[in-house]
Design a protein around this ligand. Structure first.
Ligand code: KIV
Length: 287
């Protein structure tokens, strides 16, 4: 496997050459290192951190600074994988200027690309970012940042909704995005979009016909105890950590941990000198 850094160009080339792309979210150094060691093509510092890291009920409270903080930790792993910074709610919707400035700040930090949610309604922002030299990943179908208006349901169940999502995809490609995440749509919609675009589609809960897949780290390793219905769990992470923490708790309470191999001792003569010093101190202070 080549160890060359993955770029947006690599994503487009992968589609052209029929190679499927793998992405996972990452929020810290160890996640990024694990993902890179597993050979994924891209990591997303997703605003899903609002739920899986901060315990919020939605992604809406996530700030520019929250993503910046976790991006810094991911970049510290110096991943070969493409690093995509997710732009949180209200960091790109208000104006083209804000969108470019905020996206540019993530790029200056070291992100390889940014992702924004939305279709035709954000096209002017995408165009402005691409014009500024910022690689942009789109995100259509279910847009969690718009759940108050659109709900958290499967998209593309009707021909009309499917064709709206298709138009979003075509407009984003036209505006210059290098890839599009399709979240929680019917598989027919994702398949038709994938066939129609030159850029790769990365699906989450939208079926097998896309050019790649992405999952949230905590969902795939089983740390999320109530994952979305489209998730495949590859480990029982929650139970694994719970068992470890329970055994640790029992060991400390029973005095089984730490054992002799877990601590370090003074040389006997140093220990004698140490006791002498303490005794003198105690004598001086009268204790
Ligand atoms: O924030 C995130 O994790 C995402 C993925 C669901 C694609 O946007």
């Amino acid at each position: 496997m080549s160890r060359d850094k993955v770029t947006p160009y690599h994503f487009i080339k992968s589609k052209r050459e029929g190679r499927r792309l793998v992405m996972v979210t990452a929020y810290e150094y160890t996640h990024a290192k694990l993902a890179d060691d597993a050979g994924v093509d891209g990591v997303l510092v997703g605003d899903s951190l609002g739920m899986v890291i901060m315990g919020y009920r939605s992604t809406l409270p996530v700030t520019f600074g929250d993503v910046a903080h976790h991006l810094k930790a991911v970049l510290a792993a110096n991943p070969r994988a493409l690093v995509v910074a997710d732009m949180p709610f209200l960091t790109y919707e208000v104006s083209r200027e804000e969108a470019v400035r905020n996206a540019g700040r993530y790029i200056k930090m070291g992100a390889d690309a940014v992702k924004i949610e939305g279709g035709v309604e954000v096209i002017d922002k995408v165009e402005a970012m691409v014009k500024a030299g910022i690689p942009v990943m789109g995100h259509i179908g279910l847009n969690p940042q718009r759940f108050l208006v659109l709900g958290m349901r499967v998209r593309g169940k009707t021909a009309e909704d499917g064709s709206k999502i298709y138009e979003d995809a075509k407009a984003l490609e036209e505006a210059g995005v290098f890839s599009i995440v399709i979240e929680f749509t019917t598989s027919e919609v994702a398949a038709e979009i994938t066939k129609a675009l030159r850029i790769p589609t990365i699906c989450i809960g939208a079926g097998p016909m896309c050019d790649g897949q992405i999952l949230v780290f905590h969902d795939l390793v089983g740390l999320n105890t109530s994952p979305p219905p489209f998730v495949k769990k590859y480990a029982e992470g929650y139970q694994l950590f719970l068992d470890a923490l329970k055994r640790y708790t029992e060991d400390v309470k029973s005095g089984t941990f730490p054992e002799e191999r877990h601590y370090f001792k003074m040389a006997p003569e140093e220990y004698s000198r140490f006791l002498e010093i303490l005794n003198k101190k105690k004598a001086r202070s009268g204790s």
